[in-house]
Design a protein around this ligand. Structure first.
Ligand code: ADP
Ligand code: ADP
Ligand code: MG
Length: 453
C-alpha cells in the first residue's frame, strides 16, 4: 500500500478522497490555492501545501508546483480527483517519471479515451455499437457530405470536449457551416484543441453509463448503470441507479459491452463507459469513456456497498479485484442531486458570497458529500458545485421520498442554490414515472414552469 498520498484537487472530491485514505490508514497531503487556505480539505488533511494563487493555471493546474509538493512531502502516490488534471495523460506520465503512482489508468489509455474520435474507433473495433459520425473534420465539405447522407439534426462535438461543453446541435446546412466555425474557436479556447467531429443526434435518448472496475491483471467487472438523463445544457443534474429503462437482460448486454470495451483497450482503474439509449428502438451506442472517478459515483456505492475510491486506490497499489461479476449485487435504489451555487431564477448564473448559516439534511438513507461550512466563502474561481445529496431507498419511491425531505431540510444562508429547481424536478409527474430523457429539463420541466407562471 502507499505511504502517503497527495490529493491534487479541492472541494467535495478532495474531501471524498481524504475520507477513503483515512479508512485505509494512509496519510494525506492536501494542496490549495491562496483563496482556499481555510477550506475543509486543508483542515482535514494530515499536511497541506499552498501551490499558488487563485487562478487554476497557477495552482490546481500548476504541474511543477504540484509535483514538487508531492516529492517534498514524501508522497509516493497522487490522486487527481475529477476535473483539473484527472484526464491529462501528460500529467500521468510526469507523475510516473517522478516515481509517483498516478491513481488512475495508465497514460496511453487516458490519451486514447480522451480523444473522442479515437475512442469511438477503438470501441467499434471491439464490436461495440457507436453513434454514426465522422472522423476529425478537416474540410467543411466533409461535414456537409456527412450531414446530407445522414440527415439533420446533427451534433458538432469537440474531440477534446468535456463537462458538457463544446457540443452544439445544428438543424440545417447553414447552421452547420456557421456552427463549425464557432465551435472550433470555442473548443480551442476551452480545451486548447479546436478539432471537431460530427455525430448523429439521437433526440430524447437516455444517458446510461456503466461503472467499471478494472485491475492491473486484466480482471474487469461492472457495477451496474447510472441513469444521468436529467441534464441541463448537456450537464448532469440528477443521477440514479438502477435505471427505470434498463431491464436485467439489457443490463447484462450493456454491461458486457462496457467490460469488453475496457478489456480491448487494457483499462486498469475505475472508469465510466457512457452510452446513449434510444428509447424508441432499445438500441444503445457508445458515446465516450471517462477515465476517472465521477461526480455521481456515490449512487453506485449506495446500491452496491462498494467504496469506489478505496477500490481505485487499492487497484493503483497493485491489488487484485477480489470478487467476480456475479458476486456484485444491486440492492435498492439511489438518487443524487448536484447542488450548485447558482440562481435558477436568474438563468442559473453563479452565486458567490459567504455562507451564512447552514443546515445539512440527515436521517436514514441520506448521504451528503460537501465541502461547505457555515462562514466559508464561495469563490468565483472554481466550479459552482457545492456538494451532492444522495439518498437510498428499498425502491425508487422511497429514495425519491427521502430526496424530497432532504431538499426541504437543506438550508443555506447568504448564497442562492439550485435546490428550488431540484424540488421541481423531483416533484414532476414525468420524473416520478421515470419518464426522463436528455431533453426532459428543457421540454417537460420548462413547459411546466411556463404554465405555472
Ligand atoms: P461527471 O460525469 O463526473 O459528472 P462532468 O462531465 O460533469 O463529469 O465533469 C466533472 C468535472 O470535471 C466538472 O467539474 C467539469 O467541469 C470537469 N471537466 C470534465 N471534463 C473537462 C474538460 N475536458 N476540461 C475541463 N473540465 C472538465
Ligand atoms: P462530455 O464529454 O461533455 O460529457 P458527451 O459526449 O458525454 O460529452 O455528451 C454529453 C451529453 O450530450 C450527453 O450526456 C447527451 O445528453 C448529449 N449528447 C452527446 N452526444 C449526443 C448524441 N449523439 N445525440 C444526442 N445527445 C447527445
Ligand atoms: Mg460525458
Amino acid at each position: 500500500m502507499f505511504n502517503k498520498i497527495l490529493i491534487a484537487n479541492r472541494g467535495e472530491i478532495a474531501l471524498r478522497v481524504i475520507r477513503a485514505c483515512k479508512e485505509l490508514d494512509i496519510p494525506v497531503v492536501a494542496i490549495y490555492s491562496t483563496v482556499d487556505r481555510d477550506s475543509i480539505h486543508v483542515k482535514l488533511a494530515d499536511e497541506s501545501v499552498c501551490v499558488g494563487p487563485a487562478h487554476v493555471s497557477e495552482s490546481y493546474l500548476n504541474i511543477p508546483h504540484i509535483i514538487s509538493a508531492a516529492i517534498l512531502s514524501g508522497c509516493d502516490a497522487l490522486h487527481p480527483g475529477y476535473g483539473f488534471l484527472a484526464e491529462s495523460a501528460e500529467f500521468a506520465e510526469i507523475c510516473e517519471s517522478h516515481d509517483l503512482t498516478f491513481i488512475g489508468p495508465s497514460a496511453p489509455v487516458i490519451r486514447l479515451m480522451g480523444d473522442k474520435v479515437k475512442a469511438k474507433e477503438a470501441m467499434k473495433k471491439a464490436k461495440i455499437p457507436v453513434l454514426d459520425g465522422t472522423g476529425i473534420i478537416k474540410k467543411e465539405d466533409e461535414a456537409v457530405y456527412f450531414a446530407r447522407e445522414s440527415g439533420y439534426p446533427i451534433l458538432i462535438k469537440a474531440v477534446a470536449g468535456g463537462g458538457g461543453k463544446g457540443i452544439r446541435v445544428v438543424k440545417n446546412e447553414e447552421e452547420l457551416k456557421r456552427g463549425i466555425e464557432h465551435a472550433a474557436s470555442e473548443a480551442k479556447a476551452s480545451f486548447g484543441d479546436g478539432r471537431l467531429y460530427l455525430e448523429k443526434y439521437i433526440q430524447d435518448a437516455r444517458h446510461i453509463e456503466f461503472q467499471i472496475l478494472a485491475d492491473r491483471y486484466g480482471n474487469v467487472v461492472h457495477l451496474g448503470e447510472r441513469d444521468c438523463s436529467v441534464q441541463r445544457r448537456n450537464q448532469k443534474l440528477v443521477e440514479e441507479s438502477p435505471s427505470q429503462a434498463v431491464s436485467r437482460a439489457l443490463r447484462n448486454r450493456m454491461g458486457e459491452s462496457a467490460v469488453r470495451g475496457c478489456q480491448a483497450v487494457g483499462y486498469n482503474s475505475v472508469g465510466t463507459v457512457e452510452f446513449l439509449l434510444d428509447r424508441e428502438t432499445g438500441d444503445f451506442y457508445f458515446m465516450e469513456m471517462n477515465t476517472r472517478i465521477q461526480v455521481e459515483h456515490p449512487v453506485t456505492e449506495m446500491v452496491t456497498g462498494i467504496d469506489l475510491v478505496k477500490e481505485q486506490i487499492k487497484i493503483a497499489a497493485g491489488n487484485k479485484i477480489g470478487y467476480k461479476q456475479d458476486e456484485i449485487q444491486i440492492r435498492g435504489h439511489a438518487i443524487e442531486c448536484r447542488i450548485n451555487a447558482e440562481d435558477p431564477g436568474n438563468n442559473f448564473s453563479p452565486c458567490l458570497g459567504v455562507v451564512n448559516g447552514l443546515h445539512i439534511p440527515g436521517g436514514n438513507g441520506i448521504r451528503v458529500d460537501t465541502h461547505i461550512y457555515d462562514g466559508c466563502e464561495i469563490s468565483p474561481y472554481y466550479d459552482s458545485l457545492l456538494g451532492k445529496i444522495i439518498t437510498w431507498g428499498e425502491n425508487r419511491d422511497e429514495a425519491i421520498k427521502r430526496m424530497k425531505r432532504s431538499l426541504d431540510e437543506f438550508w443555506v444562508g447568504g448564497i442562492k442554490t439550485n435546490v428550488p429547481f431540484h424540488k421541481k424536478i423531483i416533484n414532476n409527474a414525468f420524473f416520478l414515472q421515470g419518464e426522463i430523457h436528455t431533453r426532459f429539463v428543457e421540454t417537460q420541466l420548462f413547459l411546466e414552469l411556463k404554465l405555472s407562471s
